[in-house]
Every structure is written in structure tokens, then in C-alpha cells.
Design a protein around this ligand. Structure first.
Ligand code: TEU
Length: 569
């Protein structure tokens, strides 16, 4: 319970801790290594809890730390109830939890239950035909006398979504890597096993779950062929599938009845109408979802065909979600994570205006309605990396993509696909956290599992904390401001100048409190004319990423990537 819990805001709204919280996402493999094996670990995170506390965050979302062969960096779990050796053990995990809780920082664990690892005992017994586990996964005979996959569904990571298993003599479904077989949610025993495991973690005192691809767990009965003209073949049969609400409501009843838990469902392919059915008491009860529209509008159906984006479209998408979940539900606010490129490289300018644009993007995520998620290193303005050769890539998705492009003749050499990899590849976000200018950014004394971004000598925590104008200090201010001002959390959102090609501006309103946010998403200076509907006299400057007068004028110029936040006092 925070001191604010169960108290209403001045405008009479019931407070909810996770609406007021800023969540920090940790990708453990790349956060902090204490034993010199080149892989981050739980003790490494524990040692940085003071760092998180200084930044001011309220909760940590910890990406998977469970036992796993690491085919997909832990999103392939072989034992839900134990910790991967490279990360430590259960005692380390318990100590981390209590160290976080001592600082009033909550812990959200990653729940990956669309699939397990093929090395999970359930799968091992299932492929043997063990009567108890036979139907734990989605097994089918092939077509064409068994020689071809059961249907045409594609894996998110490329190729068919089916793999033939010699032991069982059947094909199994895997929407991701072949080492990630999909669980059969139609089987009530599977669901019961998952709920038991979730309750086991809740009893240890965690504060919620981030739910990996949770809207993919229900597949259309009969597993019909998918439409090959769309993007991912088969997606219409497994995104937001037919029984999804039954499963999520059952999960709510069996596991998630405590409304103080933070639950965030990762929901690729969910529109705002779908989201409304997942979140809130009238939906399936999730606190919020991670939607994908604003991180996929810069590419075609295939993520590697990455291209340009326009601010007008970006604003439309954000406004649609702000308005769509304003009264029913709640938004998550993020511009990057472990699956997405670094936001400053994608939506900002990672060279001349790296710091300005990192601050501007942070201003956006901390002043919209919803819960901001800060991905490790974002608070430093970490940028996309460079991958000069395919040998430097670690992510199964990127490795498969490059291999396939070369095999199918879409690319003559790696150089033909390098731009795409460096624009959207997931490894961009997975390079080690940059702590200092010591070798390997102070992340490890050993050989890091993936190379550091070469800019660590200038972009790192030590430098950022020593410089009071850094992105880091600005994030600290943003988080503090959000904690201080209910209008930034609960206030209604209204978009201004929707068709302006460079300015993203909006107001926030909560009772008699008002906010005005004006952001210049470009390198050219632009003029902003304050609409008549806004009473200038009542507004004061609360934060800006450059020196500006303390009160807004009827019209004012914004320099490159300049960001202003005005609030009623
Ligand atoms: O991601 C699901 C997902 O659909 C995408 O974000 C995907 O990872 C990819 O980037 C599409 O191009 C979740 C996890 O966040 C991701 O790390 C896992 O690899 C995936 O599920 C499988 O568990």
C-alpha cells in the first residue's frame, strides 16, 4: 500500500497504484554481470536497486529469469519454478524481491504461457505419449501422407509454424521458434497447471505479471489454413482467438482476483476495440495491454520492410488509444522494449540531437494518460547499435531473417539487409546496459554475450549522473513530476493541431487542473500558436528540455526537439 492508496484525487477519482506508477523494464541478460560470465545476473540487479530508487521508479518488470535453454533468451522456459543458472538461484531471487520491496519498488514477473521450451518436462513427456501429458501441446498428423505440415501457418520467426517430431511421429505447433512448442489451452489440465504455477509465484509476494503474447493462446478450432495474402499466414486463427476471453476470465477467477496486482498483457494484433475487451472490470480484468500499432506503422506487413513514418499518423494512433481507453480501461505507454529498436534512433535523432530527442520522447511517455514503461538504458538515451557482420547478431529472429534472405536470394550479401537489421532488429535493444566508460561499459569483467554499443564511453550512467543536464536527470524530473501531479496521471487527453507535421501538442484536464504539452518532433524550428481555448494566464512552465520562459506566450518558437510541459500551479 502506498500512502496514497484508497484515497481519492482532488477531482474525486479513486487512486490506483499502478496508474500512478512508472515501471522500469529489466532485460536481465544485459543489465549487470557480477560473476564475470558475460551474462547479467540477479545479484547484479540487486546491486542496482539503489540506482532504480534514485531514478524514482515504482516497479520493475523483470524479463524471464527461469530455467531455459535460451533459444529465445528465456522466452523458452524449461522449468517455471526455478531460476536459470547463469542468473543465480531462488535465494538470489528472494533477496532481490526483498531488496526491491524495502525501497517500495514492486516486482512484476514475466509470464510466458503461450508456449514452453521443448526441453520442458511437459513437452518431453508429451512427445513420449505419456497419458497425462499427451494433449499438453498441439499435435497433428501431417498432410500429404504425413509428409507436409498440417496447415500453412507461419512462425513469427520465419518458416512453417510446424515441426515434425520423430519420437511422437507427429507435427507440433510453434508460433515462435521450433524450440518453443505452443501449449494446448483447450486442455483443462494445461490451464490448471498454469494457474497453479501463477499462484505459486504470487504466494512468494510478487506484485503482478507481464503476460507474453497472451492474446495468442486460443487457436481456431480445427486449425484451418490461414489467408496467404495477409501478413503472417494464420494470424487470423490465433490472434485474439475464439476462447481467449473464457481463458482470461477463468485465470482472473483462479489467480488474479486481487485487484491490486498489475497485469499487463502483451497483445500483438489487438486493436483498441479488442483492448477494451481485455482490460478493466467490464473486460477480462487486465490492468492494461501492450499494443503494437504505434511500433508497427513504420513498416509493412513484414517487419523487415521498414520505412518512413509520419508524425501525423503517429499522433492519430496515439490519440485513438488515448481516447479509446479513456473511460474504460487504461493505456500502457512505451516507445521501446527488448523487442523493439531504441526509441531515440527510431523516433528521434540519435546523432546531433540525441539528448534533446531522448528527453522529448520521455516527455511524451510520461505526460500521456497511462502507465509509462522505461526500458533499461532509455534513461541514458541509449541508441541502436551497429552490426557490421551477421556473426555479431544474437537474436534468433534476426539470424533466421538474414539466413532466409540469403537462401531465398532476396539478398546477395548481408550488406543488402544490414539497414533493415539495424533499423528494427531486436539486438539493438539488447546490447549491455552502459554503466561507465570502463571496458565493456562496466557491464562485465568477462566477455559480454553480445557486444556493447561503441558509444558507451560517452553514453553511460556515470557520465549522465555527473551532468545535471543529462537525459538521466531529466527522466528523474519527469518521474517526480508525474508523481506530484494527478493531472498527468488521470487527466483527460485532448490532441491539438492534429495535422501539424512537426508539432505534437495536447492538453490534459482533471477538474480545475490543466496541463499543456508541446513537442517539436524535428530539427527545424517551428512556431506554435496556442489555441484560444487555452487560458494562458493559468499556466506555468513545469519542465522543458531547454531554457525557456516560465510562462507560455500566445505564440512561441520551439527549437529542434524542444519539449515544454506547462501546468496550472
Ligand atoms: O514477443 C511477441 C511478439 O509478437 C513480437 O514482439 C516478436 O517478438 C517480434 O519482435 C516480432 O517481430 C514476445 C516477447 O516479448 C519476445 O521477446 C519473444 O521472443 C516472443 O514473445 C516469444 O515468446
Amino acid at each position: 500500500m502506498t500512502p496514497k492508496d484508497a484515497i481519492k484525487t482532488r477531482a474525486g477519482i479513486d487512486r490506483t497504484w499502478w496508474k500512478e506508477a512508472v515501471v522500469y523494464q529489466i532485460y536481465p541478460k544485459s543489465f549487470n554481470d557480477t560473476d564475470g560470465d558475460g551474462i547479467g545476473d540477479l545479484r547484479g540487479i540487486e546491486r542496482r536497486v539503489d540506482y532504480l530508487d534514485d531514478l524514482g521508479v515504482d516497479a520493475v518488470w523483470l524479463c524471464p529469469v527461469y530455467e531455459s535453454p535460451q533459444a529465445d533468451n528465456g522466452y523458452d522456459i524449461s522449468d517455471y519454478r526455478s531460476i536459470n543458472d547463469a542468473y543465480g538461484d531462488m535465494d538470489d531471487w528472494r533477496r532481490l524481491l526483498s531488496t526491491l520491496h524495502e525501497r517500495d519498488i514492486r516486482l512484476i514477473m514475466d509470464l510466458v504461457v503461450n508456449h514452453t521450451s521443448d526441453e520442458h518436462e511437459w513437452f518431453q513427456r508429451s512427445r513420449q505419449g505419456d497419458s497425462e501429458f499427451k494433449d499438453y501441446y498441439i499435435w497433428r498428423d501431417g498432410t500429404n501422407n504425413g509428409g507436409d505440415p498440417p496447415n500453412n501457418w507461419e512462425s513469427v520467426f520465419g518458416g512453417s509454424a510446424w515441426t515434425y517430431d520423430e519420437v511422437r511421429g507427429q507435427w507440433y505447433l510453434h508460433l515462435f521458434d521450433e524450440k518453443q512448442p505452443d501449449l494446448n489451452w483447450r486442455n483443462p489440465d494445461v490451464r490448471e497447471s498454469v494457474y497453479e504455477m501463477m499462484n505459486w509465484w504470487l504466494e512468494k509476494g510478487i506484485d503482478g505479471f507481464r503476460m507474453d503474447v497472451i492474446n495468442l493462446i486460443s487457436k481456431t478450432n480445427g486449425l484451418p489454413d490461414g489467408d496467404e495474402d495477409g501478413g503472417l499466414t494464420g494470424a487470423e486463427h490465433f490472434f485474439n482467438g475464439p476462447n481467449i476471453h473464457d481463458y482470461l476470465r477463468e485465470m482472473r477467477d483462479e489467480v488474479l482476483s486481487d485487484e491490486s496486482l498489475l497485469t499487463v498483457g502483451e497483445t500483438p494484433g489487438a486493436g483498441v476495440d479488442d483492448a477494451r475487451t481485455y482490460v478493466g472490470p467490464d473486460g477480462d480484468g487486465l490492468s492494461m495491454v501492450f499494443q503494437f500499432e504505434h511500433v508497427s506503422f513504420d513498416h509493412d506487413e513484414h517487419k523487415w520492410d521498414a520505412g518512413d513514418w509520419s508524425l501525423v499518423e503517429f499522433k492519430q494512433i496515439i490519440a485513438k488509444w488515448q481516447n479509446g481507453l479513456a473511460d474504460e480501461g487504461w493505456n500502457s505507454l512505451y516507445l521501446n522494449n527488448h523487442d523493439q529498436p531504441r526509441m531515440v534512433s527510431r523516433f528521434g535523432d540519435d546523432s546531433t540531437y540525441r539528448e534533446e530527442s531522448a528527453k522529448l520522447l520521455g516527455t511524451l511517455t510520461h505526460t500521456l494518460q497511462g502507465t509509462p514503461f522505461v526500458y533499461q538504458g532509455e534513461e541514458l538515451g541509449m541508441t541502436n547499435a551497429s552490426f557490421a557482420s551477421p556473426d555479431e547478431l544474437r537474436d534468433v529472429e534476426a539470424v533466421n531473417f538474414v539466413e532466409e534472405a540469403l537462401e531465398q536470394g532476396d539478398a546477395a550479401s548481408y550488406d543488402d539487409v544490414r539497414d533493415a537489421v539495424e533499423y528494427v532488429g531486436r539486438d539493438n535493444a539488447r546490447t549491455p546496459m552502459q554503466w561507465s566508460d570502463a571496458p565493456d561499459a562496466g557491464f562485465t569483467d568477462g566477455e559480454p554475450w553480445i557486444d556493447c554499443n561503441s558509444n558507451y564511453e560517452t553514453v553511460n550512467v556515470e557520465h549522465a549522473r555527473a551532468d545535471e543536464n543529462s537525459v538521466w536527470h531529466y527522466y528523474q524530473d519527469l518521474i517526480e513530476l508525474r508523481h506530484d501531479r494527478d493531472v498527468l496521471v488521470y487527466g483527460a487527453f485532448d490532441l491539438l493541431v492534429p495535422n501539424h507535421p512537426a508539432i505534437f501538442a495536447y492538453t490534459r484536464t482533471l477538474g480545475d487542473e490543466r496541463g499543456l504539452v508541446v513537442l517539436n518532433f524535428g530539427t527545424d524550428p517551428v512556431e506554435f500558436v496556442v489555441p484560444d481555448s487555452i487560458t494562458l494566464d493559468e499556466l506555468e512552465l513545469a519542465l522543458a528540455n531547454t531554457d525557456v520562459p516560465t510562462a507560455p506566450r500566445p505564440a512561441f518558437e520551439l527549437g529542434p526537439y524542444e519539449a515544454h510541459v506547462y501546468l496550472t500551479p
